[in-house]
Design a protein. Structure first.
Length: 231
């Protein structure tokens, strides 16, 4: 699940932390020989609310496996906490919009005709609901920025599983994108390069026999963008 970094090679260019959507990025970097530390430390649903606690200027992840992997990655970088990080942080926390967009969670807001009220999606009430759902992901980004870190957040593959409402997915990720950008985080938004006319992920960039993830080719596109940004 993780893509480790070896300290026997050249210094890492970035720390990668996230859910499974971080996997293709790590695989692409490893295949290209780009040194980095990190990888996925859990599933997307774990990194929305209540997943970490502050410890001074560092953080402690509540999940034992996530915390263990985080400490291991820091060790590879030769640092003891987030506040000691000297390379950019690349992160996917909060961007698993298909969890936020679970269809059953939004039925109450639909009209009798089955649609949403005009202006609901993307409106202030909807935006507040989404931000509340990913509140600790936003708090994590805010904390990292207060530490003076350069933070880059990667938007998810444009894939909507059957459990999720496509309209809500599209609107929810926009809410998250805006909220993260407001914190001074660089948002890696490659939708114009990775989707077709439907607005969904192009088939050649989708993981085979998988309904959610992008593949190695998708990871390479993200990696290229990161390198173009100077990482």
């Amino acid at each position: 699940m993780t893509t480790p970094y070896s300290t026997t090679t050249t210094p890492a260019r970035f720390l990668l932390l996230g859910d499974s959507h971080a996997g293709p990025v790590g695989r692409a970097a490893k295949a290209a020989g780009i040194p980095f530390a990190g990888g996925p430390i859990g599933s997307g649903r774990e990194f929305t609310a209540g997943f970490y606690d502050p410890r001074g200027d560092d953080v402690v992840f509540r999940g034992a496996e996530a915390e263990s992997r985080y400490r291991s990655f820091l060790g590879e970088l030769g640092v003891t906490g987030l506040d000691r990080l000297t390379v950019p942080l690349v992160c996917t926390f909060g961007f698993s919009a298909h969890f936020v967009a679970t269809t059953e969670n939004w039925r109450i807001y639909r009209t009798r005709g089955g649609g949403f009220p005009p202006g609901f999606l993307g409106g202030p009430f909807f935006d507040a609901l989404v931000r509340a759902a990913v509140r600790d992901a936003l708090a994590f980004y805010a904390h990292a920025r207060r530490l003076g870190l350069r933070v880059l957040a990667v938007m998810p593959p444009q894939r909507v599983p059957g459990m999720s409402d496509r309209e809500v997915f599209m609107a929810a990720q926009e809410s998250v994108r805006r909220a993260v950008a407001e914190l001074g985080v660089e948002v890696v938004d490659l939708r114009a390069r990775t989707t077709d006319a439907s607005g969904l992920q192009r088939p050649e960039l989708c993981e085979t026999d998988d309904i959610i993830h992008g593949n190695l080719a998708f990871g390479r596109i993200i990696l290229t963008d990161l390198l173009d940004r100077g990482l």
